[in-house]
Design a protein around this ligand. Structure first.
Ligand code: KIV
Ligand code: ZN
Length: 388
């Protein structure tokens, strides 16, 4: 039986913390509406206390969104919780997301608190937030560099205080898939309460393992994945939503997971974010890069033209693309060249085709990209014999 995973999107909060990715009010509302179409379960709309602009955008998103839970981040401080609630109270399904750091390094240098104080703060803040809102997510910042016994004890107490979701973030992208799996499993074994709530994972990509770590965590009991569109976020970014979702979709056979996401909205969501922020994804980015469904070499192009599944594990349509892309370049073969000629409306004789293909190869050796207009020029200039 496949297991359902909730998708918690933090593009508008952690994603926006990425340099160059800040968005204005209208852009955030537009993005939130697109996330609703994508059918994420939770939209983290922002960090209400961070600035007046953030407060307004969380509040407006809370008013506009009808089919997703809307969350605001808040430190473990009453004034943060007050601001978060003031902004999200308009939501149909509001969530307060509060956090405090739990690793020795963060407690000592950032918070300058003893573990007992962190514990007391965590419990008190969840009780405080619970006065306003039923749905409370608690995050142990820098969890993967924290002591698992301490975390299990702290989680039990915050769950008893009212937390409904416990997040175990890999804040600095430090863990590995196997280690993360064992870490969460150990905490679960030591905790008496964790199985009563949703377990969330939130992975950063500092070592390029955010998606792998996220997927590994589900085997240890995670039921909510936190991620961002195009993987934007602090430093090397967060786990990319589109990669997580398409891995679940394409490898349901081994992962045994499903979620609510409408995968055909993936390209549109990715493009909207790039247009708004001006930050383009790299061409070879999995799923949404411009090359993710492009084939250039003759062997691959021939294979795909014969049978798509030879070199495509997903259909372009499944993510909302109309078709794959045959890129004509120096590695392309005659089959792809002939196919493009047909699309452009040319039927050449065998002899004309050979001549045109020869000239195409000569040009491809000199030029990085061959466009349709280059092919048209080759055909009209050299091969078409007009009647006298
Ligand atoms: O990376 C992190 O730990 C966070 C928390 C605030 C959830 O973004
Ligand atoms: Zn984060």
């Amino acid at each position: 039986m496949a297991k359902q995973i909730k998708i918690f999107d933090t593009t508008l909060r952690d994603g926006e913390q990425s340099p160059g990715c800040s968005m204005n009010l209208q852009e955030k509302i537009q993005m939130a509406k697109q996330l609703e179409l994508l059918k994420v379960d939770v939209i983290e709309a922002g960090f209400a206390i961070a600035s007046p602009g953030d407060f307004t955008s969380v509040k407006e998103i809370a008013k506009h969104i009808k089919h997703c839970t809307v969350a605001s981040l808040a430190r473990a401080l009453p004034k943060d919780i007050d601001a978060a609630w003031e902004a999200i109270k308009y939501a149909k399904s509001p969530r307060i997301h509060t956090f405090i750091a739990t690793s020795p390094i963060h407690m000592k240098y950032k918070l300058q608190m003893e573990p007992e104080e962190v514990l007391e703060n965590a419990v008190n803040i969840v009780k405080y937030a619970k006065k306003y809102c039923e749905d409370i997510e608690f995050s142990a910042e820098d969890a993967t560099r924290s002591n698992p016994e301490f975390l299990a004890m702290l989680f039990d107490k915050v769950i008893k205080a009212g937390a409904t979701v416990i997040n175990i973030p890999d804040t600095v992208g430090y863990t590995t898939p196997d280690e993360y799996y064992h870490f969460i499993k150990t905490i679960r074994e030591k905790s008496s309460q964790l199985d009563k709530v949703d377990i969330s994972v939130h992975c950063h990509n500092d070592l390029g393992m955010a998606v792998a770590n996220t997927l590994a965590a589900q085997k240890a009991g995670a039921t909510q994945f936190e991620c961002t569109v195009n993987g934007i976020g602090e430093r090397a970014g967060n786990a990319a939503l589109e990669e997580i979702v398409m891995a679940m979709h394409t490898r349901k056979d081994v992962l045994g997971l499903y979620c609510n996401i409408d995968t055909t909205q993936i390209v549109r969501t990715s493009k909207l974010l790039s247009t708004i922020t001006g930050v383009q994804v790299q061409p070879n980015k999995a799923i949404v890069g411009t090359n993710a469904f492009a084939h250039e070499s003759g062997i691959h192009q021939h294979g795909v033209l014969q049978e798509r599944t030879t070199y495509e594990i997903m259909t372009p349509e499944s993510i909302g693309l109309s078709q794959n892309k045959m890129v004509l370049g120096k590695h392309s073969g005659k089959h792809a060249f002939e196919d493009r000629l047909k699309i452009l409306g040319y039927e050449l004789s065998k002899e004309e085709l050979s001549k045109a293909f020869e000239q195409f190869k000569e040009l491809a050796d000199k030029k990085k990209s061959i466009y349709d207009k280059d092919i048209e020029a080759i055909v009209t200039r050299n091969t078409i014999v007009y009647p006298e």
